[in-house]
Design a protein around this ligand. Sequence first.
Ligand code: WTA
Length: 627
Amino acid sequence: MKENFEDMIIEPPEEIVKRAHVKDWEKEIEKGKDIEEYWKKKAKDFKWFKKWDMVLDDSNKPFYKWFVNGKTNITYNAVDRWIKTGKRNKVAIIYTSEKEKERKLTYYELYTEVNKMANALKRLGVKKGDVVCLYLPMCPELVISMLACAKIGAIHTVVFSGLSVGALEERIRETNAKVVITADATFRRGRIIKLKDNVDEAVAKCPSVETIVVVNHANVPVKISELTGREFFYDKLIEGEDSECPPEKMDAEDPLFILYTSGSTGKPKGVLHTVGGYMVGVSSTLKMVFDIHDDDLYFCTADIGWITGHSYIVYGPLLLGTTTIIYEGAPDYPDPAIWWRIIEKYGVTKFYTAPTALRHLRRFGDRHPKKYNLSTLKILGTVGEPIDPETWLWYYKVIGNERCPIMDTWWQTETGMHMISPLPTAPLKPGSVTKPLPGIDADIVNKNGDPVKPGEKGYVVIKKPWPAMMRTIYKDEKRYREYWETIPGYYLATDVGKKDKDSYFWILGRSDDVINISGHRIGTAEVESALISHPDVAEAAVIGKPDPIKGNVIKAFLVLKNGKKLDVNLMEKIKEHVKHEIGPIAVIGEMEQVDKLPKTRSGKVMRRILRAKELGEELGDTSTLED
Ligand code: WTA
């Protein structure tokens, strides 16, 4: 935290205040102190087939329940209800890509597509509570499939298309997915990435999978054995299906989706979200934070394979009846102006991206954004990692032309929705996430749960439940409890932060062994287990090393087998192996061969020591070191 930025205050533009749903930020925070009352009011914006009996049930902590016994359907609220309004012919989704191809679907078209897919899934034997795995690029069929699952009560588990065979197999196996929906391929920077091939390899070891559905997305030939009655092309599958499908009446606490994310130890965790609270939390935060109105054109550059895409490309915008852009490709291809071109072409008003992309694009110079008319923009957003004040100011000046407030939104896969973030009418400080949102009780505390003094570092905690909170870790209740039991009674986010003298929050980074690479969470344990599964690697430890663009990169320390030497050839092989096991996001920036790893007497690798040596920091307490 730099002192000078703590004192820099940027007031909201008058035009924004005039129009804002929430005029008085501080007053709204005050109103949000009665969390039950606050979220109850928000829940009234939706269609409930049966009203809830109780807003919050906290009788079995930390297994909280929201909108108890309420019955609803999130797809009904995101799609069906707009068909009876003036939004019927409004564009719901604009798909565009680095090839600058375009496809638009109105709410009515989305409605019929979702219904056909929902009926097709039913015909395939998918029932309420079954898991469907979606391994798809950014394309309309991914959105349609998610909504189709939710319509009939199936649980979707989206696997980011940048993940590879090993990760895909693990997720299918753990969830016992019945159906996998994929595509022939996706593309990035002009390169084709075959997805169906990965599915074939993964599914070979997953007996739960009964059917594979393939979207012909990139016109790449694929092997598909329609004769077995097990594999279908998407278009053929939905051909002739009825375009009406009644919504399943879902309990507010029925599961909606499982989304895997990295934790500090062991395998990725299957974060489980449920229907009612997620619907209420996600749409009302989007409405407040991005001040969504009917005439907005909203563009979030995340991938639907991560929580930002789930909450704020698919569910949030559609629940508000907004037009949402889905973009497939890289931010800098065919040139580093592609996003600015999209903003000009469609007249984007609300733009939401990640610090890593901004740092990357800023390097190419101001001439790219300056070439385009970005004057339609009203509010900008950022998410995924701390944004440094310099990049914040560049975003504010060059992209927003000093007219657009920046919403630095802190949240997590587990929280489901924005938690600490300004509203457009808040006075901002570059690099600060400002304050917890109305209805959210967050703080910075020490290990005992006591608030720390202004300027002191501490842990980010949430003190009271919130509607879109995860309900459990799939098949691992123990890991769910850990979030609430490490500091008893509080949700521990495993981030470190500070509050300044004005009670503004500054997020400093993770406090656990999760590495944040370009806004993607990767667990050291995952990378290490991928490394160790290579035949020449005996032991491995990885650390995150700060990187000016990516935030962090991975550095791996390896003990090799049988006197092997880590030459360029072997390095390449090991990198390829990790790519196959996890995916291209797990980029190993550096590798170093070592004779042994620093360990505790109980045999745990002390990554802290490796990190301190690598970064030239103090070693700290070494009393538990074995040697
Ligand atoms: C980090 C992404 C600083 C944080 C929505 C958190 C942030 C992790 C911010 C969650 C922000 C997210 N400022 N750090 N505005 N937003 N983070 O689950 O370390 O992919 O714990 O969810 O990203 O990553 P996840």
